[in-house]
Write a protein that binds this ligand. Structure first.
Ligand SMILES: [Zn+2]
Length: 333
């Protein structure tokens, strides 16, 4: 297996652990991003979009209603993107070939050794594995009022028209709220105690996942813009705090448009990230923003465009997660 070395990470080997530790070691890498809707996804429970009344900004004290993207609405598409890759490379399978690993089966079916099981966790009776990838609810920068649209849906007669042979016209009988394109959700995904291959796996999943929502028919396109990748010895600010700070700055700069402008949101997002980091009581070990970050994103993208390199990366990671699973099993004996 060839060593996969990215130019942007070449001098940063010391940021990564040599193996996946059984107990937390206080190493964190945060993927700070701006999730942007690019079609009409539904983040909902029981037919209604998820919303919550919260303070608009850190300084602006008025209360507004924001859309919420709960944890699983964010993590599921990312882990499924990873599982699809593992399956395509034969690392896991849903049938008898290779390591059988079934996702979310009611009676269990997790293999407990693959990169997905070890990184994103599973919970089946004894020996559940905690996720090493942390996500938290994300909130729209813009209020619910300017972030959704209600579409009425009609059921045409069999002929496909709205009026039948007797001249009876059907009226619309239902409506559904959809999130509109260009709604922004500031969001941080944190990976605990990263080994090199685990870092590239989680980052790859973030870059490759692009369809979010509930079931298949309820999903929509979401693009993840990375604003920063930062290694630290602790956790950092919450998604809500990040969102509120961005709201204040967009208002101050008079960049509040409907819909919000992507360039403004991304540049304010980076600026706010840098200022909030200054107030965090953690040691910042290394940080990528701006051009350096774009270079890293290009390199990781190129890695995943290369079938051979991707297979090498995943094989190494699978070896690391299997050896972690073995050592955990021994420790529990
Ligand atoms: Zn598995």
């Amino acid at each position: 297996m060839a060593e996969i070395t990215l130019t942007t990470l070449k001098d940063s080997k010391d940021l990564f652990l040599g193996s996946i530790p059984r107990v937390p070691q206080g190493h964190y890498v945060h993927f700070v991003m701006m999730r942007e809707t690019e079609s009409f996804p539904l983040f909902q429970t029981d037919g209604a979009l998820n919303t919550i009344n919260v303070r608009a900004g850190l300084s602006n004290a008025k209360t507004i209603s924001r859309l919420v993207m709960f944890k699983r609405k964010q993590s599921t598409p990312e882990r499924l993107a990873g599982r699809e890759l593992l399956r395509s490379l034969g690392v896991i399978s849903e049938d008898v070939k290779g390591t059988k690993c079934v996702y979310n089966a009611p009676k269990g079916g997790a293999c407990k050794t693959c990169p997905d099981c070890i990184y994103y966790g599973y919970a089946i009776g004894e020996g559940a594995e905690k996720s090493k990838v942390y996500v938290d609810s994300a909130f729209s920068i813009s209020p619910y009022d300017m972030s959704h649209h209600t579409f009425a849906f009609n059921a045409p007669w069999e002929s496909g028209t709205m009026t039948n042979d007797e001249g009876v016209t059907k009226v619309s009988f239902g409506s559904q709220d959809h999130i509109v394109p260009q709604v922004f959700f500031p969001a941080i995904v944190t990976l605990r105690d990263p080994i090199y291959e685990g870092f590239l796996y989680v980052m790859g999943n973030i870059l490759r996942a692009d369809r979010y929502g509930a079931q298949d028919t309820r999903t929509g396109k979401v693009h993840n813009h990375l604003l920063a990748v930062v290694f630290s010895n602790g956790e950092i600010f919450s998604n809500l705090r990040f969102t509120q700070a961005i709201y204040d700055v967009l208002q101050e700069k008079q960049q509040w448009n409907e819909p919000l402008d992507r360039d403004n949101v991304l540049s304010v997002g980076q600026e706010v990230y840098l200022s909030l980091m200054k107030a965090e009581p953690v040691t910042k070990q290394k940080e990528w923003v701006g051009g350096d970050l774009q270079q890293m994103v290009s390199e990781v993208t190129a890695l995943y465009q290369d079938e051979k390199k991707t297979a090498d990366l995943i094989a190494k990671l699978d070896k690391a997660t299997k050896s972690y699973a073995n050592s955990s099993a021994k420790a529990n004996e």
